[in-house]
Design a protein around this ligand. Structure first.
Ligand code: UDP
Length: 238
């Protein structure tokens, strides 16, 4: 990014919805393949990458609780949904020759490694893309908070939040035509104005650990590499 040091090691947070493509539910293989291609470009450009993937395209704890499931059980179901998404991404990445490891916060020895911080760092140093599954492993949290936590643990230079809008606005750009996009915005303003970026615990964690959040549109083809190179449109929360 111009006038900014290059972000070498990044954590990319993908919501489950980013994997749905134009569908309303589940995993669209074509979309997952495209995102995997974008991750490969960033990796080939020398960036060290790790990913946290959500599960909202399959199951959300809050929605389950609203239908009568016990909240903690529903949250565990949501965490398991993120494991499915992680395996889909792993598959798509390996198909195009990107070495990956999935590490799950809920140990699941037959499908993934358990989460081990030092091992994850080592994988990234070796050029492998590490995909963190099962959020934080705790109910009552979200994968946004998991992303902030893992970004801090991995010593990431930035957290890249791929969404369906091209940054942070002062109002919902899908509803308010005059909504203005911020180039940069402070963590405290995001919290004070309740701007929709990530949940408050994720914002506070990034603030306290000096990890800038780069909000960009992951639905736009080629955007990850563009934004990593300082081009395109995005907002930096710092
Ligand atoms: N979840 C959880 N603890 C975590 C991360 C996730 O309990 O540390 C559960 C929670 O029920 C959440 C679901 O997993 O609704 C899917 O994650 P999230 O809603 O964050 O996914 P996204 O919105 O990013 O697709």
């Amino acid at each position: 990014m111009p006038s900014r040091p290059r972000f070498n090691r990044i954590l990319l947070k993908l919501s489950g919805e980013a994997l749905m493509g134009d569908g309303q539910f589940g995993i669209d293989p074509e979309t997952v393949g495209r995102i995997a291609g974008e991750i490969k470009v960033a990796r080939d450009d020398g960036h060290e990458l790790c990913l946290v993937v959500g599960g909202g395209n399959i199951f959300r704890g809050l929605a389950g609780a609203a239908k009568g499931f016990d909240r903690a059980s529903a949250d565990y179901m949501g965490m398991l949904a993120t494991v499915m998404n992680a395996l889909a991404l792993q598959n798509a990445l390996e198909k195009i020759g990107v070495d990956t490891r999935v590490q799950s916060a809920i140990p699941m020895a037959t499908v993934s490694e358990p989460y081990i911080r030092r091992r994850a760092v080592r994988h990234m140093e070796k050029g492998r893309v590490v995909i963190f599954a099962a959020g934080t492993g705790n109910p009552f949290f979200t994968t946004d908070t998991a992303a902030a936590l893992r970004a801090a643990e991995m010593g990431c230079d930035a957290l890249f939040k791929g969404t369906s809008v091209d940054g942070v606005y002062d109002a919902d750009p899908k509803k308010v035509a005059t909504a203005k996009r911020y180039e940069t915005v402070t963590f405290n303003q995001v919290l004070a104005d309740d701007l929709k970026v990530m949940d408050a615990s994720a914002i506070a964690l990034c603030r306290d650990n000096n990890i800038p959040i780069v909000v960009f549109n992951i639905r736009e083809q080629g955007n990850l590499a563009r934004v990593l190179g300082g081009g395109g449109t995005f907002t930096v929360v710092e």
